[in-house]
Design a protein around this ligand. Structure first.
Ligand SMILES: Cc1cc2nc3c(=O)[nH]c(=O)nc-3n(C[C@H](O)[C@H](O)[C@H](O)COP(=O)(O)O)c2cc1C
Length: 148
């Protein structure tokens, strides 16, 4: 099974999350490729069974240019038969905009026909030990569902 993880990160929190997930999925025996959204075309997901997006949210949910480009590419894809998961870091002081881009991408993947394997995983700012445990558990759930 192949997993493609794409991350968007300005200050490193989402990159850290993506790296933790990558290690977990590799340990679970998946073939994993991880890349920065700025250097990735959404069509790269077409080579994978599991499509993952890990993203920040800035500007009260308005997407940054790098995210808009990727989002527009994603919306053109037919991902039926594939699985996806979304996660990301935000800050609850932004209230209704907390991790908004994570949920924007969840909707986009669903519209592309992909099947969601786990609930969106959100983290406040830098992942704590508890958050890392949650990412580990999410990876285990993903691997079990993919292999089951
Ligand atoms: C100017 C600015 C705007 C932000 N806007 C939001 C927001 O709308 N919603 C949210 O959940 N977090 C918001 N955040 C918090 C970041 O998403 C959070 O710090 C996240 O961990 C950054 O991830 P990164 O380290 O991967 O870039 C904002 C942070 C800054 C500095």
């Amino acid at each position: 099974m192949r997993a493609k993880i794409v991350f968007a990160s300005m200050t490193g929190n989402d990159e850290d999350m993506a790296e933790i997930l990558e290690e977990d999925l590799l340990d679970a025996g998946l073939d994993v490729d991880t890349s920065d959204v700025s250097f990735t075309d959404a069509s790269d997901y077409l080579d994978s069974d599991l499509c993952v997006l890990v993203t920040y949210t800035y500007g009260e949910g308005a997407m940054t240019d790098e995210l808009v480009d990727f989002y527009e590419q994603l919306k053109q894809l037919d991902l039926s038969g594939k699985y996806f998961a979304v996660m990301g870091s935000g800050d609850k002081t932004y209230k209704e905009h907390y991790c908004e881009n994570v949920f924007d991408f969840e909707k986009a993947f669903l519209a592309c026909g992909a099947k969601e394997l786990i609930a969106p995983l959100t983290v406040e700012n830098a992942p704590t030990d508890e958050d890392i445990d949650r990412i580990d558990q999410a990876a285990e759930e993903l691997a079990n569902k993919l292999n089951g």
